[in-house]
Design a protein around this ligand. Sequence first.
Ligand SMILES: *[C@@H]1O[C@H](CO)[C@@H](O)[C@H](O)[C@H]1NC(C)=O
Ligand SMILES: *[C@@H]1O[C@H](CO)[C@@H](O)[C@H](O)[C@H]1NC(C)=O
Ligand SMILES: *[C@@H]1O[C@H](CO)[C@@H](O)[C@H](O)[C@H]1NC(C)=O
Length: 388
Amino acid sequence: MFMNFRRISKRQCVQMLTTGLVLCVLMVCREKLNHHVVSHVIAFSYRYLVNSYDFLDSSLAISSDHHSSISVDGRFVNHPYLINHPGKCKAGDGKGWDDVLLLLFVKSAPENFDRRRDIRDTWGNESFVWSELGVSVRHVFAMGVYSDVGQRSRIQNALLQEDRIHGDLIQQNFVDTFHNLTTKLLLQFHWSQTYCPQAHFVMSADDDVFVHMPNLVKYLQQLLRSQLGAKDLWVGHVYRGAPPIRHKDSKYHVPYGLYPWPSYPDYTAGAGYVVSGDVAAKIYQATLVLNTSLYIDDVFMGVCAKVMGVSPQQHGYFSGEGKAPYHPCIYDHMITSHGHAADVRLLWQAATDVKAGGMLGKLYCTAVRVMLLCLPYYHTYPCLAAFT
Ligand SMILES: *[C@@H]1O[C@H](CO)[C@@H](O)[C@H](O)[C@H]1NC(C)=O
Ligand SMILES: *[C@@H]1O[C@H](CO)[C@@H](O)[C@H](O)[C@H]1NC(C)=O
Ligand SMILES: *[C@@H]1O[C@H](CO)[C@@H](O)[C@H](O)[C@H]1NC(C)=O
């Protein structure tokens, strides 16, 4: 034993040094780590052990004196439509409703002219969907007014010009900022209930999202033909048991006064999700009786859904905030991918030009998807999605 002392002590020395180093790192990061880990553990336990959000209904309901003083449409009087297309979902003769499979809101900001142009030329092309896929969809861009007062009228004129050509902007008179995203959510549900109530499905997507329309339409048609039909559906990339972020410097910071509980109800990433028409109607009803101060729009949507008894369901090929790997074996399954700008044209071309590959091709693609989705350095679609 004594003979081995030098060797062991060397190894021990290395071990001690490593341990020390790890401890140092932990100490340095302790504050952040603690906060992060602890809040997630608490949120998760809350979600899975308590799993009761009954308080939402009573705590976030608008107090009755407020309620009686606002007419049902009252809050929309505060934000009148500046640009609108009430006939968007009407049939050709302008009287009846058209049979709309999907009403798609792209949440855009007034200044994002280029993104809207790219979307119109690619996945937002209604004529393409009609001529190639034989279904009727409607795309509109939802927005408020430009945030910089000095530039506002210049931008507004450009928007009016853009809308004269394309006729697809829906704008309300609120300032288009991050903290007004819930107002934009209200716009979408108010508009869909008022001007397109017959749509089988309603989707909301960011303007830096790529939507694979052929795959989405195929999926929605399957749902429509299935036994359940277009009912009780809220699908996307689901967050379960997410804790509110209390760091003051975070963009997503939510003070205790606004939401005092340790975890949010389940919700789908706001980057892209789909609801069925009946769920859209329910969410709209909830927005009329709930306090809308919670400014994170997708979390607020989760609150509305919880109150109305709607649960979100996970779909492996809605990416949430993730960006899909560029690969043909992904293109034939993908529905949404986040974080695109100029590359949306290339992606649209590649993604709509994939040819089915037969049995061997399927095996090959499954293997490729396992490589792309299950290895730890990609975080888009879950590993399980590789096998579907
Ligand atoms: C909504 O909640 C906020 C923050 O908790 C509060 O200040 C406001 O008075 C509430 N509004 C209504 C209409 O109840
Ligand atoms: C939209 O699709 C139609 C039909 O495929 C096509 O003729 C048209 O050029 C497309 N429009 C744009 C702006 O790409
Ligand atoms: C949201 O829009 C309203 C109405 O235009 C405006 O008064 C308010 O300042 C905006 N809020 C934020 C946080 O930008």
